[in-house]
Write a protein that binds this ligand. Structure first.
Ligand code: E4P
Length: 289
């Protein structure tokens, strides 16, 4: 069963989806916390993060370190564990997938702490983090799509510097999982972006997740699809083998929209129309049997 985490630090959104029973945890990062926490000291920040744990009872919560060197990351990982000791069964420590992060992951995993290796952009990088003992690796799907589009000469729609550019994209726009097909070509050739530093050819964010999941098949490490920007990308990531999806509230709302499919609505109406009184009476708890 795929787990769904909520990619936010917004307590009201966490509570809303937790009550609905559709989330198994929360992922935070310093940027997400900056958006909502509004606290003025470390003690309040600590309490804020406790509230995140309390808002998703029994769910996993990822908390990120801020140091970039191994010793700093290890010390911060241990400190996070100490601060949130009451929730240690549900704590994931986010460590960036850098070389320094490898050492930190090895050390923290040896302490039996669960590491969420973040900022994963290639299956090879994921494999190394898995070897170091990461519990899961976070593939940054949407950011891969951003980069491919940028390499194709597209510019971000909300960047004034790109106002004149013919081709602009919004970061929430869906990107084809099997690569962008060149416009005007009738042979349907897919435009691949060869990025030498990735070791393999990555066609899209979903492709990164799929290849990572395949590479990790014989390891204990889970693939967590992150940086998901729309419902289609989230569902495709699950189809491609991600064991965990982390989605921002707007994407989960987007997925909720799938329950309002026109055939769902008309199907419910038809069942209602066809219900015979005897069948309805069966559910009448006040009736004498
Ligand atoms: C979650 O773990 C990541 O930090 C998050 O999904 C990044 O998303 P973004 O690329 O939309 O910032």
């Amino acid at each position: 069963m795929v787990d769904i985490f909520l990619d936010t630090a917004d307590l009201s959104e966490i509570r809303r989806f937790s009550k609905m029973g559709v989330i198994d945890g929360v992922t935070t990062n310093p940027s997400l916390i900056k958006k909502v926490a509004g606290v003025s000291n470390a003690r309040q920040m600590e309490k804020y993060i406790w509230s995140i744990f309390n808002s998703v009872p029994g769910g996993d919560v990822s908390v990120e370190v801020v140091s970039t060197d191994r010793h700093g990351m290890i010390a911060e990982g241990r400190k996070i564990d100490e601060l949130f000791r009451d929730y240690s069964d549900n704590l994931l420590i986010k460590i960036p997938g850098t070389e320094e992060g490898l050492y930190a992951t090895r050390e923290l995993s040896a302490d039996r702490l669960r590491v969420n290796a973040t900022l994963i952009f290639s299956p090879g990088q994921a494999l190394l983090m898995a070897k170091a003992g990461a519990y899961c690796v976070s593939t940054f799907s949407g950011r891969v799509n951003d980069r491919i589009r940028e390499q194709m000469g597209w510019g971000k729609i909300n960047d004034p510097a790109n106002a004149e550019l013919g081709k602009r994209y919004h970061k929430t726009s869906w990107f084809p999982a099997d690569g962008w097909r060149e416009e005007g070509r009738t042979d349907g050739r897919v435009v691949y972006i060869d990025v030498p530093d990735e070791g393999v050819r990555i066609r899209s964010g979903v492709d990164l997740t799929g290849q990572t999941s395949a590479a990790l098949l014989n390891t204990k490490t889970l693939t967590l699809a992150a940086s998901l920007r729309n419902a289609r990308e989230a569902v495709e990531s699950a189809i491609e083998g991600a064991e965990i999806l982390t989605v921002p509230p707007n994407v989960l709302d987007d997925m909720l929209g799938l329950t309002a499919h026109s055939q769902v609505v008309s199907g419910v109406e038809a069942f209602e129309r066809d219900t015979v009184p005897e069948y309805r009476q069966m559910f009448d708890l006040t009736a004498n049997k």
